[in-house]
Design a protein around this ligand. Structure first.
Ligand SMILES: C[S@@+](CC[C@H](N)C(=O)[O-])C[C@H]1O[C@@H](n2cnc3c(N)ncnc32)[C@H](O)[C@@H]1O
Length: 233
């Protein structure tokens, strides 16, 4: 059984995990045994078809030493501690996750890094802080469409003037991509909220997108995207 670190004992006993997470992703994010197996850089590499280092580096390239970063949810593998290392002790990292077990895994990775903290929160209600960078890494495809909009809107509100929000997620593969059919089937069977990422631009998910300059880069024949929204100062 996974050990929950002492400092997560403050989690309210009645903390609710949303239905979409319980019903669709229990096996991936709530089952303690599977969480332990999946939270591994090798497995992340397999899930992302070997693109994990490229995608992680693309997101990290948007973060500088000394900045304040809000992380919308826990990410399996080394992404979270890499962000903490990147901002360094002169910066800060504020991580959220909605699931206690995921918050625990995240906190465990950040031991010995006092400039990083982890809290239990819904990414659509991230609090009142303002950050240089807001990072949302492979979260949107796992939540229902109305929540995608609420999350993008709420995260954009947390970006400082001149700061940026960085979204890395799935995207519509090129028309002749050999894995397009595979991804469609995979999403239909296992990830029912992912297919809408093929039809909707992230910039169109949030309110107030006109206050930002948007850029998009795709990877692996369009399967993945990095979208950066820079708040016009
Ligand atoms: C970031 S996403 C997917 C990451 C990716 N598959 C990986 O780990 O490599 C997975 C995390 O999102 C969390 N999550 C789901 N809905 C959330 C929400 N509304 N707010 C915050 N965290 C959420 C889950 O508990 C889980 O830890």
């Amino acid at each position: 059984m996974l050990q929950i670190p002492d400092d997560l004992r403050s989690i309210p006993a009645d903390h609710e995990v949303p239905g979409y997470l319980r019903n669709t992703y229990n096996w991936a994010y709530l089952d303690p045994r599977n969480c332990r197996i999946l939270d591994n850089e090798l497995i992340v590499g397999v899930i992302l078809f070997g693109n994990h280092v490229r995608l992680r580096n693309a997101a990290l390239a948007e973060i500088k030493t000394g900045q304040s970063v809000l992380q919308a949810a826990h990410v399996y593998g080394t992404y979270i501690p890499e962000v903490a290392k990147r901002v360094g002790p002169t910066g800060s990292l504020d991580c959220m996750d909605i699931a206690p077990i995921q918050a625990a895994l995240c906190r465990r990775k950040l031991r010995g890094m006092p400039h990083a903290r982890v809290r239990l929160a819904d990414a659509s209600k991230p609090g009142n802080g303002i950050y240089d960078v807001v990072s949302c890494y492979f979260l949107l495809h796992e939540v229902p469409d109305d929540l995608k909009q609420a999350i993008v809107t709420a995260l954009l509100q947390r970006v400082a003037p001149g700061g940026r929000a960085v979204f890395v997620d799935y995207h519509r593969p090129a028309r002749l991509h050999p894995l397009r059919g595979f991804y469609r089937k995979l999403f239909e069977r296992l990830e029912p909220f992912a297919l809408s990422m093929w039809d909707t631009e992230i910039r169109d998910m949030g309110a107030d997108s006109a206050s930002f300059e948007w850029s998009k880069q795709t990877f692996f024949g369009g399967v993945y995207q990095k979208v950066v929204a820079r708040r016009i100062a």
